[in-house]
Design a protein around this ligand. Structure first.
Ligand code: ADP
Length: 353
């Protein structure tokens, strides 16, 4: 059975084709610059048409969907009710869900009758306890507006936690694992007995770690202060926190950790500072999550920085376990959200369900 995994963003569609249940990757690729001026790909429909032109048989499609709010706690087969509800979730995730939906709608048109599944980034974190996801705001804001911590990168955290258990040859249910997804976007999750019990991203992916261009945790009073000081509106403030902060903002050089390591070696103080802040924040979260779970058997690093930058991993873990009788195993596991989406789509669609 061939499963096509689609990750549809605002101006790109990434795809991978898997043969299931053997989990063999047959094809992968990306269509970029969708809808941009001068691009030959006008919209997601045109992009998907190009992709399907390269693929000759699809049994089912699995879509990455960023936000499932509280409604979607696991992957689902897509029907018109699900489409309506994903559309409703767009109010909370205006940057991501509309692009995910564009991919779903294009597939519906181009592959009529082929089953499609939605796999949500937020779903793995539905197991967070209330005391971890309710903010210190008036409680009715949660009830009325759905304001709470949702967490993201769930498919990636779930995948690497499962892989860690496999590598350690122990049941996931018996393990306390801290998973660090360190790419352009960065998040960290405490996984106890296979369930997410806390995670660093929040209502949006802005909370938590210092990222490529996102600030992560800051004093919330700063938003109003900066708006007054710089005489900017809320959109400009949003842009500042999401696109001009983090490693890029601190270093004034780049959001790319490889570039920063090079520059720091060459003597750049600001690049060095950005790296130090990045690692310090992660170390703090790991310490907090060890406390939350009452211990930890494994720490997993994944995604671009986590997989490839040993120097950063060393800085994060240096001195971290000196107080522990049994230090956790430190594992590096390549991210593979696409395989996880293919697995979940396969489970949902096999047997004609
Ligand atoms: P995204 O969140 O966009 O998927 P990635 O997981 O590709 O991001 O991670 C990008 C970050 O990883 C950048 O800071 C980059 O410098 C760093 N990185 C280090 N080594 C590599 C590598 N070999 N390939 C990709 N990214 C790498």
């Amino acid at each position: 059975m061939k499963i096509l995994v689609i990750n549809s963003g605002s101006s790109s569609i990434k795809y991978e084709l898997f043969e299931m249940p053997g989990e063999r990757r047959i094809q992968k690729g990306i269509i970029e610059h969708i809808g941009e001026r001068g691009s030959r790909v006008r919209d997601h429909y045109a992009g998907l048409k190009l992709i399907l032109g390269k693929i000759n048989c699809v049994s089912a499609v699995g879509h990455r969907v960023v936000h499932g709010v509280e409604r979607f706690q696991k992957p689902v087969l897509i029907d018109s009710a699900v489409i309506r509800e994903i559309r409703c979730c767009s109010a909370i995730a205006p940057l991501h869900n509309p692009a995910n939906l564009a991919g779903i709608m294009a597939c519906k048109k181009l592959l009529p009758g082929v089953k499609q599944a939605a796999v949500f980034d937020t779903a793995f974190h539905h197991s967070l306890p209330g005391y971890a996801y309710i903010y210190g705001l008036p409680y009715e804001y949660y009830k009325k507006y759905g304001i709470r911590k949702y967490g993201f990168h769930g498919t990636s955290h779930e995948y690497v936690a499962q892989e860690a258990a496999r590598i350690l040859k122990r049941p996931l249910a018996a393990l306390r694992i801290i998973t660090c997804h360190l790419g352009n976007g960065c998040s960290i999750t405490a996984v106890k007995g296979g369930r997410s019990v806390d995670t660093s991203m929040g209502f949006t992916p802005l909370e938590g770690l210092v990222m490529g261009t996102r600030c992560g945790d800051i004093d919330p009073a700063l938003v109003g202060y900066i708006m007054r000081k710089k005489k900017i509106d809320i959109h400009a403030a949003d842009n500042l926190l999401n696109k001009a902060s983090g490693l890029k903002g601190i270093s004034g050089i780049s959001n790319d950790m490889r570039v920063l390591e090079e520059k720091a070696k060459g003597g750049s103080r600001r690049a060095g500072l950005a790296i130090e802040i990045f690692c310090y924040r992660i170390k703090k979260y790991i310490g907090a999550y060890i406390a939350v779970m009452g211990g930890c058997e494994a720490i997993v690093f994944t995604a671009g920085i986590g997989e490839h930058q040993a120097g950063i991993r060393r800085r994060i873990t240096r001195g971290l376990f000196s107080h522990l009788r049994r230090p956790p195993r430190v594992l590096v596991i390549p991210a593979n959200e696409e395989l996880m989406i293919a697995r979940q789509t396969y489970l949902l669609t096999k047997g004609g369900r």
